[in-house]
Write a protein that binds this ligand. Structure first.
Ligand SMILES: *C/C=C(C)/C=C/C=C(C)/C=C/C1=C(C)CCCC1(C)C
Length: 265
């Protein structure tokens, strides 16, 4: 662990604290909003809640690990010798990244066979991407980092292909506002997920060790907030829009038509 300035240490410290708070608040939101969408879409909100809960827990641990890894000495932060545990982040991704793609499929409300096939392939590619990225993340030399980074990019590209080409056809069949929301959610996924490999590249591009350490932690933190909490809000909006389209009234578990309310009350 390189020696870093007080400002650099605090920036990462505050980022972890902010991310933890955001994940916690998002968890409460997703749990409390479940009743605002039709029962069919509540599974997607449950997944959002689980994702931010898992991420919140890991941020708490990362936060503690960061604090233990450094100590203030003569106006700079030096390594204590206690290792900073980057594995928390990858374990977190291994659990949350497949769930993120699964919830997008869940909110589409497709036929079961199609839904299962998409979930299986997207979640599989997502998990493989994370697993292949890890050896590079912890490697000391940039050559190893580049090699695993490249291998990890292959399932990432497959995932984008499925999302944009295969899912594109399904999305055309969605109506009005839902279609716009879905398109934006997919764009948000592309923009935020695309951020991770860029951050990962920093040491390869020759960014100085302490600067890239700080940029990686802050960069992943920002991306995680957008890709988990922000994305969860988009999924909520889609679920809400589809529920309304399908005649769902808040507080009733059946669509309007199915209740058979007597005419002319
Ligand atoms: C909540 C966490 C999310 C959405 C994490 C997403 C992570 C990625 C899209 C990571 C991708 C990577 C590559 C495509 C190549 C380099 C290694 C990774 C793992 C950073």
């Amino acid at each position: 662990m390189p020696t870093i300035s007080i400002g650099e240490f605090d920036l990462v410290y505050n980022m972890f604290s902010f991310t933890f708070a955001t994940m916690f608040a998002a968890f409460l939101f997703f749990v409390l909003q479940r009743g605002q969408v039709a029962p069919k879409y509540r599974g997607a909100l449950t997944m959002s809640a689980i994702i931010v809960a898992v991420a919140g827990y890991h941020y708490f641990r990362i936060f503690e690990s960061w604090d233990a890894a450094y100590t203030l000495q003569d106006g700079v932060y030096v390594a204590t010798g206690v290792g900073f545990n980057d594995a928390y982040r990858y374990i977190d991704w291994l659990l949350t990244v497949p769930l993120l793609v699964a919830e997008l499929v869940a909110v589409l409300g497709l036929a079961r066979a199609k839904s299962l096939s998409l979930t299986f392939r997207l979640a599989g590619a997502a998990a493989l991407m994370v697993i292949l990225g890890y050896p590079g993340e912890i490697a000391a030399d940039t050559g190893t980092r580049a090699l695993w980074g490249f291998l990890s990019t292959l399932p990432f590209l497959y995932l984008l292909y499925v999302l944009f080409v295969e899912l594109g056809e399904t999305m055309q069949r969605q109506t009005g506002e839902t279609r716009v929301l879905l398109r934006n959610t997919r764009l948000l996924l592309f923009a935020t997920w695309g951020f991770y490999p860029i951050v990962y590249l920093l040491p390869i591009l020759g960014v100085e060790v302490s600067a890239s350490l700080v940029a990686i932690q802050v960069g992943y933190g920002i991306a995680d907030v957008a890709a988990k909490a922000g994305y969860g809000l988009m999924i909520f909006a889609i679920a809400r829009s589809k529920s309304i389209d399908e005649g769902y009234i808040i507080g009733e578990d059946e669509p309007r038509e199915a209740i058979g309310a007597p005419a002319g009350d």
